[in-house]
Design a binder for this molecule. Sequence first.
Ligand code: A4P
Ligand code: MG
Length: 194
Amino acid sequence: MSAVSVDPGVAPAAPVRAVVALGANLGDRGRTLQAAVRDLADAERVELLAVSAVLENPALKPDGLDASAPPYLNAVVLLRTGLAPLALLDVLLAVEQRHGRVRAEHWGDRTLDLDLIDYDGRVLDAPRLTLPHPRAHERDFVLVPWRQVDPDAVLPGYGRIDELPAAHPLGVGSDFGGTESGGTEFGIGPEGAP
Ligand code: A4P
Ligand code: MG
């Protein structure tokens, strides 16, 4: 079945599911991710359905994995929202701002990055928003935590996420060993989150 597009400015008739990926490689990364999850849960017309574990992995830069950059903590949350896609993106950008995000360099180090990975299984190519997120399909730091919270998920245009080959695996080697995926897991769920 081919994916259905969405009007970025129009709220859904009934709340829909969305997938958001969180990343941080500067500051107190764990605390920032936890606070960001709480901010999302508190946002109007946004309900938190699930929070993945947090995985630590090396920074991916335009030239590949960069072991000299501070490593990232990454996680994924599932939401239900009555917001239009662009309104949800604005919530994500506001939460990033609240946590000191500075935009200086492409794929530069950051206190917090929130990416809208999927919105109701829809596709979109608008100036401010591309759905699904154009690089999600090749990033284990998105797919591994997403699989944890929704093993049957489908990435529009790419298929089931548990069948996607990963181009950018989570960190391997002595610094990042430990779990099935090669990342290090931390808990993140804020108190009261399901
Ligand atoms: N935008 C368009 N589509 C979307 C979407 N689906 N979700 C626009 C979020 N934003 C979307 O993003 C630039 C603009 O993209 C936004 O203003 C929005 O209108 P940005 O956050 O300012 O810039 P960025 O994040 O530096 O660029 P980009 O290309 O979005 O980078 P990515 O893909 O987010 O990658 N390595 C590890 N290990 N873990 C990470 O999480 N993240 C990145 C950033 C690089 N390396 C990483 C990680
Ligand atoms: Mg981003």
